[in-house]
Each structure stands twice: as structure tokens, then as C-alpha cells.
Ligand binder design. Structure first.
Ligand SMILES: [Zn+2]
Length: 79
């Protein structure tokens, strides 16, 4: 699963409008994001493999079933 290059170009961190880069999420992070989004997917298991990391503030926005979730309240800090 790879995010579309054209889509990636228009996405930006909502806080500082900086560019974001795809990163692989750790297994524990994938599990916690899946658990969080399962309710919203009504029985369908959400697919979580990657996130988008801001080059400036380093917040990571999860990509859930190919949908980039560019919301500050859903972002997390990845080491
Ligand atoms: Zn940022």
C-alpha cells in the first residue's frame, strides 16, 4: 500500500502547513490506531501501515485504509 504521489504533494501538516513524508508505523502504533478507528469503520477492519510525518513539528498523521487523517487531534509523536 503506497500513498499516491500527487496526493502526497497537496497534503500538509494542518498546524504549520509544512510538507509531510510517509513513514512506516511501529506494530504497537498500528494496533492502537486500528483500535481507535475500528468503531468508525462499522465492522470493517481498518488497515493501518503508514503515517505521514511533518518535516517541521514531527507529528505523525495516520493513514487509515488509504485515507490520510490530517487532524491535529488524531496526530501523535513518533520517536
Ligand atoms: Zn507540523
Amino acid at each position: 500500500m503506497a500513498i499516491d504521489a500527487e496526493l502526497l504533494e497537496i497534503l500538509a501538516c494542518p498546524l504549520d502547513k509544512e510538507e509531510v513524508k510517509p513513514i512506516a508505523l511501529s506494530e504497537s502504533r498500528r494496533t492502537s490506531v486500528r483500535d481507535k478507528f475500528r468503531d468508525k469503520f462499522r465492522g470493517e477492519e481498518p488497515v493501518v501501515e503508514q503515517g505521514l510525518q511533518c518535516v517541521k513539528c514531527h507529528r505523525v498523521y495516520p493513514i487509515v485504509s488509504d485515507i490520510p487523517v490530517m487532524l491535529v487531534e488524531e496526530a501523535f509523536e513518533e520517536a
